[in-house]
Design a protein around this ligand. Structure first.
Ligand SMILES: NC(=O)c1ccc[n+]([C@@H]2O[C@H](COP(=O)([O-])OP(=O)(O)OC[C@H]3O[C@@H](n4cnc5c(N)ncnc54)[C@H](O)[C@@H]3O)[C@@H](O)[C@H]2O)c1
Length: 304
């Protein structure tokens, strides 16, 4: 008996890469899966039938799946995911907001179209797909549902040349924290993944540095390493785990610290003078540095 038997999972951008692995794993655990993918290029242009290929693979392996090729950056596309799940499987329990594109440029060269395209697929896409599902959960009092969102260190740490992508990915972390609060009453958890995997999105970055990506690299760093924690978060065992950010890839699974005030001083009278801030701010920075050093130590990879 699979861990996701009787569950219906919708995975966006599941025609390749990380999404495909999640769809395959969830299906092998008994979930009936809606495989969404527009099938386009990394920059968001074009369309294709990669979703159908993944559905065929799942069926060959004995699972149940159906494809959906709508763009999740559109309200209509987001609504169609729920409809596809209802029409084919009679319900929906799990939403994985994984679809993504890239248009890397520095702010000097980033045209409005590059900004909009990336924000639309990532941040707006999360909204377009989550809203119909959230309303469905509330209207039907459907318990035990799950939303799993996709952020990135690009937004959580910052990365040169990715102002659009980084803004969207940081926004997704904020979006997830709010949704976790709003859906808690209905027993739906909302967690965020910060993945690292060799896919068509990241392989070119390696190749641009003159590094070849071979079979062995794919084995140790491929998207199959991201899928397990996503599938696990959808199981009964993960009930109550919400508003967390899991960092995963290359055999690692970790949890991220979230924004928190680590030190503060209070003026008991009046407002801060700039001279006082000359003395205060260095102490704050010192405390932050100590906190980061400690996190670096505990965040080191431990063998399992
Ligand atoms: N690979 C990494 O190291 C990495 C790191 C951080 C974050 N991520 C995030 O993980 C997710 C998956 O990335 P990946 O590496 O598997 O990339 P990928 O390019 O292999 O897969 C992304 C999929 O999303 C689909 N897609 C794009 N726009 C869509 C739309 N409007 N509607 C429906 N489908 C659409 C694409 O067709 C593609 O199949 C993305 O959100 C990405 O930003 C990946």
């Amino acid at each position: 008996m699979g861990r996701l038997e009787d569950k219906v999972a919708v995975i966006t951008g599941a025609g390749r890469g990380i999404g495909r692995e999640i769809a395959m794993l969830m299906a092998s655990e008994g979930a009936r899966v809606v495989v969404n993918d527009l099938g386009g290029n990394t920059d968001g242009t074009g369309t294709g039938k990669s979703a159908d290929d993944v559905v065929a693979e799942i069926k060959t392996a004995g699972g149940e799946a159906v494809s959906n090729t709508e763009s999740i950056a559109e309200t209509r596309g987001g609504e169609s995911l729920l409809q596809t799940a209802l029409d084919n499987f009679g319900g929906m329990d799990i939403l994985v907001n994984n679809a993504g594109i890239l248009r890397d440029k520095t702010i000097f060269n980033m045209e409005e179209a590059d900004w909009d395209a990336v924000i639309n697929v990532h941040l707006r896409g999360h909204y377009c797909c989550s809203r119909p599902f959230a309303k469905y959960i509330r209207q039907n009092n459907r318990t035990g549902c799950r939303i799993i969102n996709f952020s990135s260190v690009s937004g959580l740490y910052g990365n040169f040349g990715q102002a659009n992508y980084g803004a969207a990915k940081a926004g997704i972390a904020g979006f997830s924290r709010v949704l976790a609060l709003e859906l808690a009453k209905y027993g739906c958890t909302v967690n965020t993944i910060s993945p690292g995997a060799l896919t068509r999105m990241t392989i070119p970055l390696r190749e641009n540095r003159g590094e070849e990506v071979g079979e062995e690299d794919m084995e140790t760093g491929g998207p199959q390493h991201v899928a397990p924690i996503c599938a696990w978060l959808a199981t009964e065992e993960a009930a109550g785990i919400t508003s967390q950010i899991f960092h995963t890839g290359r055999g690692g699974v970790g949890i991220m610290q979230q924004p928190v005030v680590i030190k503060q001083f209070r003026k008991t009278e009046g407002t801060w003078s700039l001279d006082e801030l000359d003395r205060c701010v260095p102490q704050l920075l010192e405390a932050k540095k100590a906190n980061e050093e400690a996190a670096k130590e505990t965040g080191k990879m431990n063998d399992w």
